[in-house]
Design a protein around this ligand. Structure first.
Ligand code: AHG
Ligand code: MN
Ligand code: MN
Length: 339
């Protein structure tokens, strides 16, 4: 038989690029790739799809409300927080590719496999305060190479964000989307629930140089540093030349506020304040993954003065002020902080 007849006929593809196909294509570009990295990312994709199913039916599957426990953050644990954490830990353990996990919901890092090459830091369910009111929530993660510090793995997670090899976040919103970077730009996938697959929907997402919205919890105004107050007032002045005033948008779920800022430009800020002197958001599994993605998309991320990705973590649950967004808008913020 003439094998040529086996080559697929040249017709326009009627099937989109799945997450797995995108990851495998990236692997083909990496000489010496063993497939372990690809397999780890696919495992994370599976975990997100499982969490998606439970988020969609939370109100019907007795998944709303609290477990009754309090986590290491001192926050009351919601059933979905615990479920999402359990799913990620189980799927990553079964992948055999993950040496250790560091989770918002776990006091210590958990060693999963002595042979795994990677560490995954994650916020399993971001935006918990919005679960019960059907507002977008998400999952945030980043991947580091496992390295033992003095023969013990658990310090391995305490790496600065500039060591990240992949990061992403899911938004369980009007659609379930996954924004992912492995160091070659940011690519967006949308879940087709009818087939249970993520398909490439936003190739090479770029964060605009400047935007016209700012995102901050104005309720904290009285607690801010005077320089933050001045920056905030500046954005609300009338100045056509400078495109002011900016519009204000604030969902209260980092994934939703960050995704809008990544796609449309502008700035998201959760500065330190009198109530949260080190900032509220966590460095390892909220700020670092988001900072990596914004820089990969041409945006910027700072704690107000320094690059987020250069901050040396001291503890798994370190908090940091987080300012994310368009390069120009983040520069304006820094100018007010350094002015
Ligand atoms: P989490 O639900 O994982 O604890 O994260 C909540 C975070 C983040 O999603 C959001 O940007 C911020 O909390 C909102 O904080 P405020 O309610 O203080 O504005
Ligand atoms: Mn969070
Ligand atoms: Mn969380």
């Amino acid at each position: 038989m003439n094998h040529d007849s086996l080559s697929p006929p040249a017709f326009p593809s009627v099937v989109g690029t799945t997450l797995e196909a995108h990851i495998m294509a990236g692997m083909r570009g990496a000489p010496g790739a063993t497939g372990e990295f690809a397999s780890l990312l696919n495992a994370i994709g599976l975990a997100v799809r499982i969490i998606h199913t439970r988020v969609r039916a939370a109100g019907l599957a007795d998944m709303l409300g609290y477990t009754g426990e309090t986590n290491v953050q001192g926050e009351r644990v919601q059933k979905l927080d615990a479920f999402a954490n359990e799913v990620l830990c189980t799927v990553l353990e079964r992948s055999g590719r993950c040496a250790m996990v560091a989770s918002e919901e776990l006091e210590q890092a958990h060693v999963l496999s002595e042979t795994g090459k990677y560490i995954v830091c994650f916020d399993p369910l971001d935006g918990s305060s919005n679960i019960d009111v059907n507002i977008s929530i998400g999952t945030i993660f980043c991947v580091l190479r496992a390295q033992s510090a003095g023969g013990r793995l658990y310090e391995g997670a305490l790496q600065p964000g500039n060591k990240i090899v992949a990061a992403g976040y899911a938004v369980y919103g009007s659609a379930t989307t996954l924004s992912l970077s492995t160091g070659h730009g940011v690519h967006g996938f949308t879940l087709d629930p009818s087939v249970g697959e993520f398909f490439l929907s936003h190739s090479n997402i770029r964060c605009p140089e400047r935007g016209n919205t700012y995102s901050i919890n104005e309720g904290n105004f009285a607690r801010w540093d005077d320089r933050v107050k001045k920056w905030n007032a500046f954005l609300k002045t009338e100045d056509k030349e400078r495109g002011l005033p900016y519009g204000h948008r604030y969902v209260g779920s980092l994934v939703a506020d960050a995704h809008r800022t990544l796609m449309k430009g502008g700035i998201f800020a959760y500065p330190a304040d009198k109530k949260s002197p080190a900032g509220k958001l966590r460095l390892l599994y909220e700020a670092n993954p988001m900072a990596y993605l914004f820089e990969q998309a041409g945006g910027a991320a700072t704690n107000g003065t320094d690059r987020i990705l250069d901050i040396e973590p001291k503890g798994l649950h370190d908090r940091t002020p987080l300012i994310l967004g368009s390069k120009e808008d983040v520069k304006t913020y820094r100018d007010f902080m350094l002015g």
